[in-house]
Structures are given as structure tokens and as C-alpha cells.
Design a protein around this ligand. Structure first.
Ligand code: C2E
Ligand code: CA
Ligand code: CA
Length: 778
């Protein structure tokens, strides 16, 4: 931006004044010509030589003045750049030079008047000299007003000889005229001043305007908003750079006076706007520009969003401003997306899912049912724990992608959080059982996923609820689908279930059992019973498995298979384990030295920091040798938290306590676990025994597993041996060290164990204590 100071303005004005002195060489020539003619005529009239002298002097002066003007222009052209002071000095030099020659010229005119009055008078010479003198004054005012000094020199040189010549005439009339010249001189002086002031004002005003205009231009062109000012005919008065950029109008095209329509046509020519957009802008924007009204948004061809706003001006015309709001729109969109979609999978989240369902249900309904599916990745925590959270995330994304690929039909998918997904199926063909889609979902999602090179086998549990479209209630349906999912998980995962009314009853039962269980645990009213584990060779009890028992005054006997998972869900399993550990070790202390005690621990127990303290406490309190304590853990507990499990199991074994892997063969039955875990014994699940007597289950399976465990140096216990036939078959199986089951005895009070311990429970026939009715037994 150009900096201006008053000093600079004055200097600039001064130099330009000086410049005007030399501006017009023609007037010198014309002036000299006139002088020669006028003075020449006086010479012809009077014949006096003084006029010839004057003419020569006048011509010589005119010649010099012309040369001076040339010299000035040359000098100005070659003038090096100067600061303000130097400029002023330079101009002063030229002013002085000008003054001398101009002074000479005016002196000659004054002298002409003097000669006409005193030397060679004639009527012609007097009148023509007066005309010349007074005719020169306007030049003073009109051209020399810039310089007071110059004006003074000219006035004095013109007037002094004239006045002197007049006074010398001697008569009163001439003396009066000479005196009258004084106010005339003053008038000229005032005129010079006034003209100069007016010119200076005008120049300074122009400077100011120019400065304001410059500032305005800078401000206008640096606005982020586009701005076009229109007159009442919608013709452009001003358009800023942003406005040009938006419509891609090149710099060199002057928009002033063009119609708005012309701008739109540019936009179309540059493909910023399509013909349709031009039409729309024309239709919607033109009336709005002059009348005002709400801001209007348009999307340009390249996807940019622009918001137009108009401020009609008071008398006519308007200022149209517009802004590229693409970023704001995108940010808004992103906010909406964040509020609506799950960041990890890009699926609608819980709340947006509800909105989508509501919208879907409003659309014209077909007469089919709709369905809600709840889906859960089994053992997701295992993936997270073993492969890390980023792989866990990758798995969730992969599952989401498989769901998205589920193009089977029009469905809505969402992630509810964690490893849970929900699917809404707006209409189900009447002839298709709900289980079909549940199975399709299950099988689509089940399988091997490759997570950065690592292959993970994944199963999912599915719960489904169906409902009439008209009576669909999301909250209720979610509860139902959740109950179905609960059933699937309870059934061992990787399966689907469709909601049935009985699940509601089961749910209520669970809630009630939970309430009662909390009370029972508070009053420590659970009992422990002991099921004998018998040595396959000696028939003697080598250990007893402590099994929790709960007899509720109204509910009767509640199976641990029912309440143990509930205690886990409630986070109260620690209480159960602690109490069983304490009682079992105390009871064990009353038994013969060779009878061990085997206690079940749940997966959650291994995450409790106090577990080892509690085990130590139980051993110390009962006084039994740690070698008599066995801990049973299931494979699924190991899988759920492998790393922690490994360390805790090691610490348990360091104490001399034995570790058994329970229910082997039900879960993953991963051989790698058998090898990796610090184990002493394996308990082969009763499903390997069930049906061996009838051949339903091949005995070879049992034999194989038993052999395998033995080769890994693990003691083998067969559980769930419930009949004599089974017992005989198991006894005949090589590698079996210990047997447990109703065939040898159910869970009994501690006292009974004390009695039984002395006897041999094998061979089967004479000593069997309990009948073959398992239900009554446990
Ligand atoms: P489990 O650890 O597999 O316990 C053995 C279960 O098999 C016991 O059921 C037992 O009564 C039953 N059983 C014994 N012999 C036979 C047989 O010949 N045939 C058949 N069909 N079943 C037989 P119970 O007592 O109902 O316990 C069920 C499950 O509850 C246990 O399975 C165990 O997982 C859990 N549980 C029981 N007590 C505790 C405990 O104190 N702590 C923990 N964490 N879990 C316990
Ligand atoms: Ca067990
Ligand atoms: Ca078991």
C-alpha cells in the first residue's frame, strides 16, 4: 500500500506546479508573436527605435524561454529517483530559473508600457501597452498561482514601470490611476491565493479519494467472501477477486456495467455451472438480489457448496455476497456421521439404527413379518487378548464387511457396540421360517478370517425375534432377540436361536434365581458335596470333587449348572469359590491322607487378584498338604484369558497343588493347550462315555483321547461313568487312571466320604453305594 504524508502531498503538488510552468511552449511562441506584432505596430506608429530594442529583447527572451523549457523536460526525464526533499530542491532550482526569464519577459512588457507613457507616446502605444499589461495578469492567476514569489515578480515587473510611467505624466488624473493600481494588485494577489487554495484542495481531495479507493480495493479483494455490487438494473458496479475466482472470470475482463446474467454465462462456459444450475441461479437468485430474503445455497458442478446472501441497497441496487461453505457443510456432515455411524465399521450406531427402523416401518408395508437379529462374535475377547486390540478391531471390521456383503435382501445392519451387531429385516416371506435367515447369517459369518496374515477361526452366536410389522416395538424386540442370543450362548456358542415365549419365562426365572442367590451367598447358605474319584486299579477313593449345592426353601434343589453361570454373570463367583475352597479343604483335613480334594474354579476366578491368597489361606487354615489339593479348570476358561491363566496356573503348581483340565473334549479340544498348559491331569468329558455301552459313541474315541493324554504324561480321569456297563468298558480302556461317576457314587456329604474311603469301590458289584438314578443322586 502506498504511504502518503502531507509533506509528500505538498511536495508532489509543488513539483507538479513547477511542471505546469514548462508545460506549454506554444504559449511562449504565440505570446512572443503577439508582442512582436503589437510592439512592431507601436514602432510603425511612432517610428521610435526603443520599440525595436524591445522587440529584439522580447524575441531573445522567448528564445531563451523555449530553450529553458526543453532543458527542463530533458532534465526531468533524466532525473534519477529522489527522496521528497531532493525533489523539492530540484523543483526550486527550476522555479528560480523560470522566474528569471519570466521576470525578464514581464519586465519587457512593463517597459513597453513605460515607453508608451513616457518615451514615445501615441494613442495606439498607450492603449496597446495597457492591454498587454492587464492581459498578462490572467496568465499570472491562471498559470503562476502555484508560486507566490513568481506571482510577486511578475506583478512587480509589470506594474512598477507602468505605475512609474503613469505617475510621471504629472497630472492629477494619471496620479489617481497609478494609485488605483494598488487595490488592483491586491485583488490579483488574492485571486492567486484563492486559485491556489482551490487547486490544492482538489488535488488533495483526489489523493484522498485515490487512497480510499486503493484501501477499499485491497479490502475487497482480500475478502474470503465473494462480493458483487449491482445497480438497479442488476448491472455490476464492483466485483471482487473472490467473485471472479468462483465463476472463473479472467482478470482482464472488465465486469463493470455487465449484467449478472453475463457472469452466469461465464460460469457455464468455464463449466463451473451446468445449464440447469444457471437456470436455477437465474430463477432463484435474481429476484432475491434486489428484494433480499433468506440466504440461498447452491451446489456447483465441482461439488462445492456456495451460500448467497443479498443486501438490497437503500435506493436501488444491491450487494450480493457469497461464500464457499463446502468445508462447513463437510464438517456438518461429518458431525452428523459421527453421531450416526460407528467409527470403526461405518455401520449405523444404536440410536441411528432405531431411527432407520422407524423410517423403514413407515414405508408402505408388505404383509410379511419383520425380524430383529442380534449377533455376537464368540470369544471376541480371546482375539483381543491374544492378537491385540488392533486385530480385534480388524476382526470387527471384517465381520461388518461380511454383513454388508449380505446382499440377500433389503436389511438394515448396525453395530451396537463391543462385538455385538444387530440386523433388522423389514419383511420376511411367509413361507420362510425365521431360522433360515438366522442360519444364513450364522454360516456367512462363521469361518476363517485372515487378520494380517494370522488365520482366526470365528464363530458367532445369533438370536432372532420375529414380529408383526404393525405391532413392532424395538425395545421389546431387542429384549427378545437378546434372550434368544442368550440361549445360543448358553448352548455353547456358534449357534442360532429364535425367540420363544419360554425364554421369557426362563429370563424371569433367571432374574428370580439371581435375587435369591445373592441372598443365599450373603447368608452363606450354600453347601458342598463330594463326589468320589476312584483309582482305576485299586478301586479306592483317591480324591473327591467338591460340588456346590444349593437347597432353596421354595425353589428346592437348584442345580449348580444353573446358578454357577448366574453367579459368574453377577460377578459373585468369587464368593462361591472362596466358600467351597474353605469348606472343601477343611473337610479334606478330616479324610485319610490319601484322599485328595478337587475344587472347580471358574474363568473369572483367575482374573481375581486375591485368588492365590485365598488358596493359601484355605490350605493354611485346614492344615492339609498342598499336594492334596487339586484345581479343576475348563478349557474355555483357559481360552478366555490365556496369558493370565498361564501365570496363575504356574504359581498354583509351584505350591505343589495339582491342576486338572476339566471337561476335555467339549470346547476347542486343542491339543496345543494340552501341551502348553502346566497340567497334571485331564478329565475327559462325560460325552465320551455317554452311549459307549450301546455303541452310539465309539469306544475308540475314548481310547484315543486317553492314550494321547498319557503320552503327554498327563493322568487321565474319566467322568460321568453312570452305569456298570460303562464302568466295565472304561475299566477295560488302557491309560485310564481314575474314574468318576454315578456308577461309583454321587456327590455326598463329607461324613460319607470318610466312611467310603476305607472301602474298595471296585469291582463293581458288591460295594456300589448308590443306585443308578442320577437325578436323585446329585
Ligand atoms: P463338572 O465340573 O463337570 O462337575 C461334574 C458334574 O457332573 C456334576 O454336576 C456332577 O454331579 C455330574 N456327574 C457326576 N457323575 C455323573 C454321571 O455319572 N453322570 C452324569 N450325567 N453326571 C454326573 P453338578 O454338580 O450339577 O455340577 C455341574 C457343574 O457345575 C460342574 O460341572 C461345574 O462346572 C459346576 N460346579 C459345581 N460346583 C462348582 C463349584 O464349586 N465351583 C465352580 N466354579 N463350578 C462348580
Ligand atoms: Ca469339575
Ligand atoms: Ca467335568
Amino acid at each position: 500500500m502506498k504511504q502518503t504524508t502531507s509533506k509528500e502531498v505538498t511536495a508532489e503538488v509543488y513539483t507538479s506546479f513547477v511542471d505546469t510552468f514548462f508545460a506549454d511552449s506554444r504559449s511562449i511562441v504565440v505570446g512572443a508573436g503577439l508582442q512582436v506584432v503589437i510592439v512592431g505596430s507601436a514602432w510603425l506608429d511612432t517610428g521610435h527605435p526603443v520599440y525595436i530594442v524591445l522587440i529584439i529583447a522580447m524575441l531573445a527572451t522567448a528564445f531563451l524561454r523555449l530553450r529553458q523549457a526543453e532543458a527542463y523536460h530533458r532534465d526531468r526525464a533524466n532525473r534519477p529517483p529522489m527522496d521528497i526533499d531532493a525533489q523539492v530542491r530540484w523543483a526550486t532550482v527550476w522555479e528560480n530559473r523560470y522566474m528569471w526569464l519570466t521576470g525578464a519577459a514581464t519586465t519587457q512588457i512593463g517597459l513597453y508600457a513605460f515607453a508608451a507613457l513616457q518615451v514615445a507616446s501615441s494613442e495606439y502605444s498607450i492603449i496597446s501597452s495597457m492591454i498587454m499589461v492587464f492581459g498578462t495578469f490572467p496568465t499570472v492567476v491562471g498559470r503562476i498561482y502555484g508560486s507566490d514569489r513568481l506571482a510577486a515578480v511578475i506583478v512587480v515587473t509589470l506594474m512598477a514601470p507602468t505605475a512609474f510611467g503613469t505617475v510621471l505624466r504629472g497630472d492629477a488624473a494619471h496620479i489617481l490611476i497609478a494609485f488605483l493600481l494598488i487595490p488592483y494588485l491586491l485583488l490579483v494577489r488574492t485571486l492567486v491565493h484563492d486559485v491556489r487554495a482551490a487547486v490544492l484542495d482538489a488535488i488533495q481531495g483526489r489523493w484522498k479519494n485515490q487512497e480510499i479507493a486503493e484501501r477499499f480495493d485491497i479490502a475487497l479483494n482480500n475478502m474470503s467472501h465473494g462480493l458483487i455490487m449491482f445497480d438497479g438494473d442488476l448491472r455490476v458496479l464492483v466485483a471482487n477477486k473472490t467473485a471472479r475466482t468462483l465463476f472463473e472470470i479472467p482478470e482482464h475482463i472488465d465486469l463493470e456495467g455487465r449484467y449478472f446474467d453475463a457472469i452466469l454465462r461465464y460460469g457455464r462456459a468455464r463449466k463451473v455451472l451446468s445449464s440447469r444450475q444457471v437456470e436455477r441461479l437465474r430463477r432463484q437468485l435474481m429476484p432475491m438480489i434486489l428484494e433480499g430474503g433468506a440466504n440461498k445455497r447452491f451446489v456447483l458442478n465441482d461439488g462445492r457448496h456456495v451460500e448467497f446472501k443479498s443486501n438490497p441497497r437503500a435506493f436501488s441496487g444491491a450487494v450480493l455476497t457469497f461464500e464457499d461453505i463446502t468445508e462447513r457443510i463437510n464438517a456438518e456432515k461429518q458431525m452428523v456421521n459421527m453421531a450416526r455411524y460407528d467409527a470403526l465399521t461405518g455401520l449405523p450406531n444404536r440410536s441411528y439404527f432405531a431411527t432407520l427402523i422407524a423410517e423403514r416401518l413407515k414405508q408402505k408395508a408388505t404383509n410379511g413379518d419383520c425380524m430383529l437379529v442380534m449377533l455376537d462374535v464368540d470369544d471376541f475377547k480371546h482375539v483381543n487378548d491374544t492378537l491385540g486390540h488392533s486385530q480385534g478391531d480388524a476382526l470387527l471390521r471384517a465381520v461388518a464387511n461380511r454383513l454388508k456383503d449380505f446382499h440377500l435382501r433389503d436389511i438394515l445392519i448396525s453395530r451396537q457396540g463391543g462385538d455385538e451387531f444387530m440386523i433388522f429385516i423389514p419383511d420376511r416371506p411367509r413361507d420362510e421360517p425365521p431360522g433360515q435367515i438366522a442360519e444364513l447369517l450364522r454360516s456367512t459369518l462363521t469361518g476363517v478370517y485372515t487378520l494380517s496374515g494370522e488365520q482366526v477361526h470365528v464363530t458367532v452366536s445369533v438370536g432372532l425375534a420375529a414380529s408383526d410389522r404393525t405391532s413392532f416395538d424395538l425395545t421389546r424386540m431387542m429384549v427378545k432377540a437378546d434372550l434368544a442370543l442368550y440361549r445360543s450362548k448358553a448352548q455353547g456358542k456358534g449357534v442360532w436361536s429364535v425367540f420363544e415365549e419360554s425364554m421369557d419365562a426362563e429370563y424371569k426365572r433367571r432374574q428370580m434365581v439371581k435375587n435369591e442367590l445373592a441372598k443365599a451367598l450373603d447368608s452363606d447358605s450354600l453347601a458342598v458335596r463330594y463326589q468320589p474319584i476312584v483309582d482305576a486299579k485299586t478301586g479306592k477313593i483317591v480324591a473327591c470333587e467338591a460340588l456346590s449345592r444349593w437347597n432353596h426353601p421354595e425353589l428346592g434343589d437348584v442345580s449348580p449348572a444353573e446358578y454357577i453361570p448366574l453367579a459368574e454373570e453377577m460377578g459373585m463367583i468369587g464368593k462361591v469359590s472362596r466358600s467351597v475352597l474353605n469348606r472343601a479343604t477343611l473337610d479334606c483335613a478330616t479324610w485319610p491322607e490319601e484322599v485328595n480334594i478337587s475344587v472347580n474354579l471358574s474363568a473369572i476366578d483367575f482374573r481375581r487378584s486375591r485368588l492365590l491368597d485365598e488358596i493359601d489361606h484355605a490350605i493354611r487354615q485346614s492344615g492339609i498338604s498342598p499336594r492334596r489339593l487339586e484345581i479343576e479348570v475348563t478349557e474355555s476358561a483357559v481360552i478366555a484369558n490365556e496369558t493370565e491363566m498361564l501365570t496363575v496356573l504356574r504359581q498354583i503348581r509351584e505350591r505343589g497343588i495339582k491342576v486338572s483340565l476339566d471337561d476335555f473334549g467339549t470346547g476347542y479340544s486343542s491339543l496345543s493347550y494340552l501341551h502348553k498348559l502346566p497340567l497334571d491331569k485331564v478329565k475327559i468329558d462325560r460325552s465320551f462315555v455317554e452311549g459307549i455301552e450301546s455303541g452310539q459313541t465309539p469306544i475308540a474315541l475314548l481310547r484315543g483321547v486317553a492314550n494321547l493324554c498319557r503320552t503327554l504324561d498327563l493322568q487321565v480321569t474319566i467322568e460321568g461313568v453312570s452305569s456298570d456297563d460303562q464302568l466295565n468298558l472304561v475299566l477295560a480302556t488302557e491309560g485310564v487312571s481314575r474314574i468318576q461317576g454315578f456308577a461309583l457314587g454321587p456327590a455326598l456329604p463329607s461324613q460319607s466320604i470318610l466312611e467310603l474311603a476305607r472301602r474298595t469301590l471296585l469291582p463293581v458289584s458288591p460295594v456300589r453305594l448308590m443306585p443308578k438314578k442320577p437325578a436323585a443322586a446329585s
